[in-house]
Design a protein around this ligand. Structure first.
Ligand code: BGC
Length: 762
């Protein structure tokens, strides 16, 4: 085991400064005289983008498996599968001489318009955290690191380099940070990548509160923080803020500036040493020695065919059947009309730094006939690559659909929509595709629409005429085969939405607070993102969070909680039996949401706190057990500055989607927290009375006031309702001050309140 501190002592100031900035686009600086190797990183997140040299996004990269993007992976709700995908990614990294994969990305899907939503998991922090932790653990099980990104509140591409995300503390803690927290604590990623944007005023790359206080101190992150590429504005400020490694390099002037800052006393050397310690901790402590020299030392190959199969399985697991009048699975021996450019040119990944040079790409149109057993398959283009509806293409498609028994339209968002660096202009499919779908559906009622998109699309204009809709995301190089698997019933669909599909853009939670102005986007919907918002507004949606159909049916029975009363620290286990009541094998996703019946602060009507995917043969029954811990009940209290629980009743909702609650059980929670009183000089009478110790302290005074104020308080001494209501929401100090003015012998207000505050401490 290398003694890193001893090594730091042997490094010169210049060497230490140099270590904290990349050597080039993808590697860190080596120090051969001390045996410190370089470390190579590569994008990420759903495939290895091993660049030759240089950093141009268009530069050729080495072939690697393009697994489903996070949009598709998330919809599997399958932690075991994600771990396997992670392992395969790790193997490919090793084979390609990559030490750290730049992913996963766990930013929240705050608006469906974010251009990078395809790289992110969910609108729900719990789901995103559990899935990404599984993927990261899988990668790291291969001796390869991950880079959890983009930390934090980077939920849009609009002005991503500069925008200030204004997020209140509670919202940050409950919505935008927990997925990061879960991955940091469960998977212990080697690195965390800071976001480009500012968060509450400070660039994430120099945000000491975020990087030092929360990530490193509170969560115990022991790895290194790397900048997003080019996110550093002031290298000295970023070191002080907790940013250990700047990428890309070289940046000789910045390195010199760091050394100068130490010499001039503007940057404590201890701060630089700490970043060096973290970098060496990863390079020497976590990177296996065999791989530290890069590919030359580890010339393993990976099994391309096996990984393609895994990519197909993962893609199929995330396909979500949204609507089906019985046309699916396709019966054998039918005449099929396959319509749409995306059937020939698969849309399987998004644009930007995550783009993988796939080892092979399934063409949907070729894959379907291989397993459909169709009597005939015809193809027509249906819509142009860009531009408005083309009547000639539509007419051709209508004729083909009429001549067939089933029409399958492969629709897709334009590439520019699912793209790093810009957001989508709209929630709709292009007009040319909408017109096509409407015309074909009119001509052929047995029309199936397959969708390729990285995030929700609006369907109001066209869904009513369809016989079935299959959401196929951007599901990687094997998605063409996976779509065929599901259409034909070779695989029973088991994907569930990891994001709500709204009816229209104006319904979405961030609608009035996106994309921001004057350099700032205010997360004004606070906790109410995704289903939390639609639930609270009781607003209809196109398809709810957690929703997805199957070719079989599942019955839930025998719900059970391990306790009807529990301490917050003990948590409890929810169990339910699920039976496959249909004719074919299938997988169900059991979801557990928690509803707090009463809380001092506003809470979303329900929140996902557990889930499990279970595979069942026809007629088979399994009991699923899902644990709920302290955090399943807790909320972040900005005044206590910590997660707290309150005594009280909670409903535990056992559900098949956010809108399909099968059972509601209740539990009485006992909080074990001993919290300090929040009462202060300005607290209202109501706050004093609601505080258990405050009530005791204020009690005698309250009685005395009642007696003294007699008539004003009402004949029965309880006060007129109006007066009481007014008093309750005045500060105690104010009430006493009025009393002091109005009544001889009344106690002096200020000293009385101070004495009471003192009494609370006893
Ligand atoms: C992206 C990161 C990526 C990095 C390196 C940045 O522009 O935001 O996600 O890992 O480039 O390519």
């Amino acid at each position: 085991m290398t003694d890193i501190n001893a090594l730091i002592d042997q490094l010169t100031l210049e060497e230490k400064a140099a270590l904290c900035t990349g050597a080039d686009s993808w590697t860190t600086v080596p120090v051969p005289r001390l045996g410190i190797p370089a470390m190579r990183v590569a994008d990420g997140p759903h495939g290895v983008r091993r660049a030759a040299e240089g950093m141009a996004l268009s530069a050729p990269t080495e072939p690697a498996t393009c697994f489903p993007t996070a949009s598709g992976l998330a919809a599997t709700w399958d932690t075991a599968l994600l771990r396997r995908v992670g392992q395969a990614l790790g193997e490919e990294c090793r084979a390609l001489g990559v030490n750290v994969l730049l992913g996963p990305g766990v930013n929240m899907k705050r608006t469906p318009l974010c251009g990078r939503n395809f790289e992110y998991y969910s609108e729900d922090p719990f789901l995103a955290g559990q899935l990404a932790a599984s993927l990261a653990s899988g990668v790291q099980s291969q001796g390869v690191g991950t880079s959890l990104k983009h930390f934090a509140a980077n939920s849009q591409e609009f002005q991503r380099f500069t925008i200030n995300s204004a997020v209140d503390e509670r919202t940050l803690r409950e919505i935008y940070l927990p997925a990061f927290e879960a991955v940091v604590k469960q998977a212990k990623p080697w690195t965390v990548m800071c976001a480009y944007n500012r968060l509450n005023g400070a660039y994430c790359s120099e945000n000491a509160r975020l990087l030092n206080d929360i990530l490193k101190k509170e969560w115990g992150f022991e790895g290194l923080v790397v900048s997003d590429w080019g996110a550093v504005h002031d290298r000295v400020a970023s070191l002080l803020g907790g940013l250990d490694l700047e990428m890309p390099g070289p940046e000789p002037e910045r390195v010199a500036a760091v050394a100068a800052a130490v010499r001039e006393g503007r940057l404590p050397e201890a701060v630089l040493n700490e970043s060096v310690r973290r970098i060496l901790g990863v390079v020497l402590g976590r990177m296996p020695a065999a791989q530290s020299a890069g590919r030359e030392a580890a010339p393993a190959a990976f099994d391309q065919a096996a990984h393609h199969q895994l990519a197909r399985q993962a893609a199929a697991g995330g396909l979500v059947l949204l609507r089906n009048n019985g046309v699916l699975p396709l019966a054998r021996g039918q005449r099929l009309a396959v319509i749409g450019r995306a059937a020939k040119q698969a849309r399987y990944q998004g644009g930007g730094s995550s783009r993988v040079n796939a080892t092979q790409v399934d063409v949907p149109l070729d894959e379907l006939p291989k397993i459909a057993g169709a009597a005939q398959v015809t193809y027509c283009e249906g819509y142009p690559a860009s531009g408005g509806p083309q009547p000639a293409l539509i007419d051709e498609a209508v004729r083909a659909a009429q001549a067939a028994e089933v029409a399958i339209i492969y629709a897709a968002l334009p590439e520019a929509y699912d793209n790093e660096g810009n957001d989508r202009p709209s929630l709709d499919l292009p007009a040319a595709q909408v017109a096509l779908i409407r015309a074909v559906c009119q001509a052929q009622p047995r029309t199936v629409v397959v969708l390729n998109n990285g995030s929700a699309v609006a369907m109001g204009e066209w869904i009513d005429g369809t016989a079935a809709v299959l959401e196929a995301w951007l599901a990687g190089q094997a998605s063409g085969g996976a779509i065929a698997d599901v259409l034909t019933g070779k695989v029973n669909p088991s994907g569930r939405l990891a994001e709500t599909f709204p009816l229209k853009l104006a319904d979405t939670p961030a609608y009035l607070n996106y994309p921001g102005e004057n350099g700032e986007v205010r997360y004004g919907e606070n906790l109410f993102i995704g289903y939390r918002y639609y639930d609270a507004r009781q607003a209809p949606v196109q398809f709810p969070f957690g929703f997805g159909l199957s070719y079989t049916t599942f019955e839930y029975h025998d719900p059970r909680l391990s306790a009807t009363t529990c301490k917050d620290v003990d948590g409890l286990t929810v169990s339910v039996a699920v039976t496959n009541t249909g004719q074919v094998a299938g997988q169900e996703v059991v979801q557990v949401y928690v509803h707090d019946r009463q809380c001092k602060l506003a809470r979303p009507p329900k929140e996902l706190k557990g889930f499990a995917k279970v595979a069942l043969e026809p007629g088979e029954t399994k009991t699923v057990s899902i644990p709920l811990d302290f955090r399943a009940f807790a909320f972040w209290h900005p005044a206590y500055k910590q997660w707290i629980t309150e005594d009280g009743e909670f409903d535990i909702l056992i559900a098949a989607s956010a809108a399909d609650i099968r059972f509601t059980q209740s539990v009485t929670l006992q909080s074990t927290l001993a919290l300090p009183s929040l009462l202060n000089r300005d607290s209202t009478v109501r706050e004093w009375l609601e505080d258990p110790r405050g009530r005791v302290v204020i009690g005698p005074l309250f009685q005395q006031a009642k007696a003294q104020m007699g008539p004003a308080m009402g004949s029965n001494g309880e006060g007129s309702p109006d007066l009481m209501a007014m008093l309750m929401d005045m500060s105690l100090l104010n009430v006493l001050q009025f009393q002091e003015h109005m009544m001889k012998g009344a106690p002096p207000a200020e000293p009385t309140v101070q004495a009471m505050l003192q009494a609370l401490k006893q």
